[in-house]
Write a protein that binds this ligand. Structure first.
Ligand SMILES: Cc1cc2nc3c(=O)[nH]c(=O)nc-3n(C[C@H](O)[C@H](O)[C@H](O)COP(=O)(O)OP(=O)(O)OC[C@H]3O[C@@H](n4cnc5c(N)ncnc54)[C@H](O)[C@@H]3O)c2cc1C
Length: 473
């Protein structure tokens, strides 16, 4: 019997779905299997989108509170948070986006979709079990695993107590927690911490590393830490959580601070956001030669696993774990499998946005990463306190840094802390990918008044400093 599918793709998130669409559009016979209630993955149902929907409510609340400084006087000073309406708005957007994704794939010939849980039973056959228990065995020529990641639960005593939740549960919480003790100061902890703080929770973040947000530019992370503390969020870096225990109606987090002193934080809810682990649970990889460890499925530079004909993309292959990265890997893999010339994405040209308040976003390498890679680099800087657009918005506390090679002024990294930084990074990613020199940025005409002017001003200042430096040598 003929093999029914050229490719089976397991997981309908930002990694699997665009890959399936690209291969089917090019004429391949595709089966996309997704165990959840719709297409979109963690990003749509438990990650990027719901968190940004909540952030939007928090941002508008903040603006309402600050409106008098903009000459807008309210009849009453009280603005109330209507949490059920925020949840309903979130649900409506998720359903609309999931329906749209399903509509898009049903119009592509050659792309079949099954809602069910897939498991390898041999390297060329899967079983799919649907919610009603129906079991089907399906043969394929090649497979792509895009099963994403799930929250990593640290081995902390008391982590299984009621009231200790992960990001998924917080995004579906019935009420805004009175107080939130967040264990983990990565992007998810910082984003959710600021959102719930604005919406009314008392927030304390405990982070084991010396800085929040991991490997981002240290100066920007230090400035954001300071802004968050000024706003009233407690942040303890270098702290080690020892145990969580019941404490009256709430929970007590016992930890050792950076000075080694025993401390306790009492909260109503504990949010565990100490990272995510690749999701290989129940996939039947033991029935294949696909190698994997705690960092994820092992793949080579062309996303091929150790089982010939089985590939993997997105969170399931480990860091970096971002939706756009999963999509970039999937689309590159699709090109490669179609026999087209392909440049696979590399971390050195990736971009990322942390939807903190203000946003902290980046493309390419930090100054420290560039130096560690042996590059002789300079940094063009711009302080948003001088920026017209940022002053108009009343959000001028921020910084832009452009990292460039001294030899040819080619740009290798862009980092910004300012409200609007996330939207600047798509274009910054082009600068980094093409290695455009500062001269090109300095001479391009940027519209006024926009945050993009910061790029031109920073580049011009750095070029005049470079000219002086070379003149003095
Ligand atoms: C709170 C939060 C906020 C985030 N914010 C952002 C952000 O702002 N920007 C950003 O870029 N990233 C963000 N992320 C990360 C982003 O969600 C992930 O990087 C992205 O979803 C990874 O895509 P993926 O396709 O690899 O996996 P996923 O999106 O996890 O999709 C995997 C899919 O596979 C399905 N699946 C798993 N096993 C099986 C099986 N055996 N059979 C069938 N189906 C299966 C799952 O149901 C899931 O739908 C956030 C994450 C979280 C948790």
């Amino acid at each position: 019997m003929a093999i029914p599918y050229d490719f089976v793709i397991i997981g309908g998130g930002p990694g699997g779905t665009p890959t399936a669409m690209a291969l089917a559009t090019a004429g391949r016979r595709i089966l996309l299997v997704e165990k959840g209630n719709g297409l979109g993955g963690t990003c749509l149902f438990e990650g990027c989108i719901p968190s940004k929907i909540f952030r939007e409510s928090a941002r508008r609340l903040r603006e309402l509170r600050e409106s008098e400084a903009f000459g807008l006087r309210k009849a009453s000073s009280e603005v109330q948070v209507d949490w059920p309406t925020i949840l309903q708005r979130k649900q409506a957007i998720l359903e609309r986006r999931s329906r749209a994704a399903l509509m898009r794939i049903t119009h592509i010939g050659g792309l079949d979709y099954r809602q069910g849980t897939a498991r390898f039973i041999t390297p060329r056959r899967i079983e799919v079990i649907t919610a009603d228990g129906t079991r089907e065995e399906i043969d394929f020529d090649q497979a792509i695993v895009a099963t994403g990641s799930i929250p990593k639960h640290p081995p902390i005593e008391g982590a299984d107590l009621p009231g200790v939740i992960d990001s998924e549960a917080l995004l579906d919480a019935e009420a805004i927690p009175a107080s939130l003790g967040i264990i983990g100061g990565g992007p998810i902890g910082v984003e959710l911490g600021q959102i719930f703080h604005t919406l009314g929770s008392q927030v304390a973040i405990l982070e084991a590393a010396p800085h929040i947000l991991g490997p981002v530019d240290e100066e920007l992370s230090a400035q954001l830490t300071q802004d968050m503390r000024t706003a009233g969020i407690a942040i303890e870096t270098g702290s080690r959580v020892q145990a969580i225990s019941a404490h009256g109606d709430g929970l007590a987090i016992d930890y050792r601070n950076s000075a080694g002193e025993e401390r306790q934080q009492v909260v109503s809810t504990v949010l565990l956001v100490t990272g995510r682990r690749p999701n290989v649970d129940g996939l039947g990889l033991e029935n294949t030669a696909v190698a994997h460890d705690t960092h994820g499925i092992s793949v080579d530079a062309e996303l091929q696993t150790s089982e010939p004909g089985i590939y993997a993309v997105g969170d399931v292959v480990g860091q970096p774990m971002f939706a756009h990265w999963a999509t970039a890997q999937g689309l590159a893999l699709a090109r490669h499998l179609l026999g087209l010339p392909t440049a696979f994405p590399t971390p050195a040209t990736n971009s990322a946005a942390i939807f903190s308040d203000p946003e902290l976003a980046m493309a390419g390498l930090t100054e420290a990463q560039a130096r560690a890679a042996g590059m002789d680099v300079g940094v063009a800087r711009y302080d948003f306190r001088q920026d017209a657009r940022a002053q108009i918005a009343g959000r001028d506390n921020g910084l832009l840094k452009i990292v460039y090679r001294k030899a040819d002024h080619g740009i290798v990294g862009v980092h910004a802390l300012v409200e609007g930084a996330a939207d600047l990074m798509g274009e910054a990613a082009i600068l980094v990918k093409t290695g455009l020199p500062l001269e090109a940025v300095a001479s391009a005409i940027h519209p006024h008044p926009t945050l993009t002017e910061s790029f031109a001003v920073a580049a011009r200042m750095a070029l005049s400093q470079e000219a002086m430096r070379v003149g003095n040598e």
